[in-house]
Design a protein around this ligand. Structure first.
Ligand SMILES: [Zn+2]
Length: 671
């Protein structure tokens, strides 16, 4: 595999004035390529950089990637395994046929030459031909295939009721905004500007492919923004959507009659009927203010901008299903956006696409061939040990009363443990992706999958249960906590590589897989997770006094993060990162608690293993794009976490005056 030597990129960036990096505090953001320059800190001043400096300087960006980390390194291993599955024609059965056919259809440029564009044009013609509001109604009420291609002014989700999480209910969400965050329509941020440039470039290109002239295409894009600007002010901002109190904000119970009244001419109820959604026993309208505004905007007078919004949206949603020229253009534009110099191969793109579209069938094949049963057993045992130790941490909290402690421990004990792959899989046997010889093309295949997923979700409306939360993407290098099922999920992808080897020393195992497991358990008690009880229902189990103390701690953490310049003079929002930051600290804390039981525990090896797990370096473009991610930048994930603990300060002899020092009264770990 060809790789870009990082020193080359670093050399280029080093020509920039150093003041560009100088505004970051208290530590320069060394997760960004070129930020290192001559910076060579001591462990006591910048632990993350001191431990990872050599790795960062030697790191090379693999093709198609804007960053490299131990997560990426493991992803590359898994990628090879998945590619082998996709090419192994000796695999038999429906799942294998479906993934093989989709993979081959992606790469079948001959068939893709015209078929996708023709299909897209057919859909666009429906919108184009609507010369009255009534005819737009017809498009919106045209059923699932049109809805799934992007011909809609609302989206929905069928999932557990947050309060009574056994029953599946219907959540109605506003339509998407192409700039992502409604805040961007007030004042465009540098981040929003990048998003706009990226989206516009692609939309204009694909519109041209679909037969629009340059001027008409530009007009469509302008009118799309005109429509979005009219509704954005009534929609939640990204930060509001990520706050721990977001659930009660969106759980606005409405009836079909309420929707009918509030929507005026906007045919949301008719569209829901056409989609089979109107039979929902319980409906939550997530943003009532949006519907009110949408009802006003949906008028004959706005016909043109409504149409342009739909055309731009459908174009963007189906951009990846067209011909080779479009595919090349998309790849180049995306690489430019993220600062990627080496584009991913077409084969890698096809693999990524199958992973996204048919994750469950592919996961099933992956589990069968690649997951080691012994590792699954051992990780399960390690998780049980860590959960047991977590009890000690909860018991030791002197700010909690006995009653809250018992409830917390009760929740902890009820944690469901999911390791590697699920016991049951959703069946994809009724999905039939054919090969090109039997008349299938890439666009129709994807449409079949979209329709299948739609029906699969719809089946659960008003019913108890649903797809296993972690049914798909077990090949992802990740782990997660599901609040609504009170489960922690350590999936197959992360069990391997740098994170887990059967022969690891305890200190390494603790600093890597141990901290990851501890992190996921801690999410159950982070500012959002702590709002859910042991059954996964959003019901308060805290005494009033303890909850107030908890919120005060969380606020201290938020304030601390709001005071950090993470990237240049830009900051990550403490509100947004609080959950992940708290989980990192909880993860290290529980492993330190276990470490106390090990004689001669090598604390330096433990902390270094942790710092290495989160080694990361990527392009500046990527850093700018992920600044609103709920995870703090990795240098902060390491430095802010370790500075909370005496074991760390002692192991490295850190004293007041050192940059890693944090006085006990200033510490922000919640647990
Ligand atoms: Zn997390």
């Amino acid at each position: 595999m060809k790789k870009l030597p990082l020193y080359l990129a670093a050399a280029l960036l080093a020509l920039l004035p150093s003041s560009l990096f100088g505004q970051e505090r208290p530590w320069p953001n060394t997760t960004v390529i070129g930020a290192m320059q001559n910076y060579n800190p001591k462990e006591s001043d910048d632990f993350y950089t001191a431990v990872n400096r050599g790795w960062i300087l030697g790191a090379k960006l693999p093709e198609g990637h804007a960053a490299i980390s131990p997560f990426t390194e493991r992803e590359l291993q898994v990628d090879d395994e998945i590619l082998a599955l996709l090419k192994d024609k000796s695999l038999k059965g429906k799942d294998a046929d479906n993934v093989h056919n989709l993979f081959d259809l992606f790469l079948d440029w001959e068939t893709r030459k015209d078929s996708g564009i023709q299909e897209l044009k057919k859909t666009l013609a429906l919108v184009e031909g609507a010369d009255s509001l009534e005819k737009i109604d017809g498009v919106l009420c045209g059923g699932k295939s049109l809805y799934m291609q992007g011909a809609n002014f609302f989206t929905f989700d069928i999932g557990g009721d947050y309060v009574n999480n056994l029953k599946n209910v219907l959540y109605i969400y506003p339509t998407n905004l192409s700039l992502g965050d409604s805040k961007e329509y007030k004042e465009l941020s540098p981040h929003g500007k990048n998003t706009k440039e990226y989206t516009d470039t692609i939309t204009l290109f694909v519109l041209k492919k679909a037969g629009y002239g340059q001027d008409k295409a530009k007009k469509i894009v302008e009118e799309k923004y005109e429509f979005e600007s009219k509704i954005a002010g009534a929609m939640m901002t990204l930060e509001e959507k990520k706050r721990p109190d977001r659930f009660e904000k969106i759980m606005n119970k409405v009836s079909i009659l309420d929707l009918e009244k509030a929507s005026e001419k906007f045919p949301i109820v008719k569209a829901m009927e056409a989609l089979g959604l109107a039979k929902a026993n319980r409906i939550y309208l997530t943003e009532p203010k949006w519907l009110k505004t949408m009802a006003k905007v949906y008028s004959e007078e706005n016909l043109q901008i409504l149409k342009s919004y739909l055309i731009a949206k459908i174009t963007f949603a189906n951009k990846g299903l067209l011909d080779r020229e479009t595919n090349d253009f998309l790849t180049r534009t995306k690489c430019k956006r993220d600062g990627i110099e080496l584009a991913p191969t077409e084969e890698a793109q096809a693999k990524n696409f199958v992973e996204d579209c048919l994750s469950t069938p592919l996961s099933k094949l992956y589990a069968k061939r690649y997951v080691d049963k012994n590792a699954k057993k051992r990780i399960t045992k390690i998780i049980k040990d860590i959960i047991k130790e977590y009890r000690t941490i909860l018991e030791e909290q002197d700010w909690l009363c006995q009653k809250t402690k018992e409830k917390a421990i009760d929740k902890l004990n009820a944690t469901r443990i999911h390791v590697a792959y699920p016991a049951f899989w959703d069946s994809y046997n009724s999905l039939n992706i054919l090969d090109a010889a039997r008349g299938e093309n890439f666009y129709t295949a994807v449409q079949k999958i979209r329709d299948f997923e739609f029906e699969k979700e719809l089946k659960w409306l008003n019913k108890i249960g649903g797809s296993a939360m972690w049914n798909g993407r077990i090949f992802e290098v990740n782990a997660f906590n599901s609040f609504t099922t009170n489960s922690i999920n350590i999936i197959a992808g992360i069990i391997g590589g740098n994170f887990y080897r059967p022969d690891m020393k305890d200190e390494e195992l603790y600093g890597k897989m141990g901290v990851i497991i501890g992190h996921e358990i801690s999410h159950s008690f982070d500012p959002t997770g702590s709002r859910f009880n042991k059954f996964g229902a959003m019901k308060n189990w805290w005494t009033e006094e303890d909850l107030a103390a908890f919120k005060k701690s969380a606020q201290k953490l938020i304030d601390y993060y709001n005071g950090i310049n993470s990237l240049g003079s830009s900051r990550q929002s403490g509100q947004i990162v609080q959950g992940e930051a708290a989980a990192d600290m909880g993860g290290v804390k529980v492993m330190l608690s276990l470490a106390k039981k090990k004689p001669d525990f090598d604390y330096k090896l433990f902390f270094e293993s942790f710092a290495k797990t989160f080694a990361f370096v990527g392009t500046r473009e990527l850093a700018e794009r992920i600044i609103n991610d709920p995870h703090p930048f990795n240098n902060l994930r390491v430095n802010v976490t370790v500075q909370q603990y005496d074991e760390f300060l002692q192991a490295y002899g850190i004293k007041p005056g050192d940059k890693m020092y944090l006085a006990p009264e200033d510490r922000i770990a919640i647990w």
